[in-house]
Design a protein around this ligand. Structure first.
Ligand SMILES: Nc1ncnc2c1ncn2[C@@H]1O[C@H](COP(=O)(O)OP(=O)(O)O)[C@@H](O)[C@H]1O
Length: 188
């Protein structure tokens, strides 16, 4: 699917602010894909669709998680996490995206997972550092992303875990698992 067609499908699903975020993720994902050797067209499409389900009603997302037999543990955690796996499902069902790598990058863009693919990493990080993001620590991750994808990911996951812990919020285990998996597999 070409960029313009994909954007036309996604735009009506999002607010203007979230659409601008999506364009930021797209641009950043393409740059990261070029730098680190990921598939540029897949990075572009995954970025465009990453927040496709962001504004679906909670009840609809819960129903999809149950009916599609997605991990039930999702329902025990913040519903902010749900749009990622539900987005992968709907991008396939409604927009006909059938590339498994793209769908996985959408599915894991919020939590990460054990054994993240290069494309998963590009989309996770692009979502974190796109130019519209302004939060403490983002600039450090942007700088790390200039020359070390894994160090940038580790730092972004650390920030997210610390942010949640400071607020006494539960941390969905996939993020711990993703963090451990990258720390154990990257050169240190
Ligand atoms: N492991 C986790 N456990 C619980 N909440 C998380 C986890 N990872 C991310 N979140 C929360 O999910 C929300 C959405 O994250 P994200 O998808 O990165 O943002 P956005 O939808 O704005 O792109 C954030 O509030 C974030 O704190």
């Amino acid at each position: 699917m070409e960029r313009e067609q994909a954007l036309q499908i996604v735009k009506p699903q999002l607010t203007e602010h979230r659409y601008q975020h999506t364009l930021g993720v797209m641009g950043t994902a393409i740059k990261l894909a070029e730098k680190y050797g990921a598939d540029i067209k897949k990075a572009e499409l995954a970025a465009i669709f990453h927040d496709y389900a962001k504004f679906r009603p909670k009840d609809e997302m819960r129903q999809i998680i149950e009916e599609q037999k997605m991990p039930a543990i999702l329902l025990e955690f913040n519903s902010e996490l749900w749009h990622a796996p539900v987005g992968a499902f709907l991008a396939e069902k409604e927009a006909g995206i059938d590339d498994k790598e793209i769908l996985d990058a959408i599915r894991y863009h919020t939590s990460g997972r054990i054994g993240m693919t290069l494309l998963d990493k590009v989309i996770y990080l692009a979502d974190y550092i796109e130019p519209g993001r302004h939060f403490p620590g983002v600039e450090e991750v942007r700088e790390l992303a200039e020359d070390d994808l894994d160090r940038a990911l580790i730092q972004s996951m650390k920030n997210t875990i610390q942010f949640l812990m400071k607020k006494n919020q539960p941390v969905f285990p996939d993020t711990f698992n993703a963090y451990n998996s990258i720390v154990q597999n990257s050169g240190g």
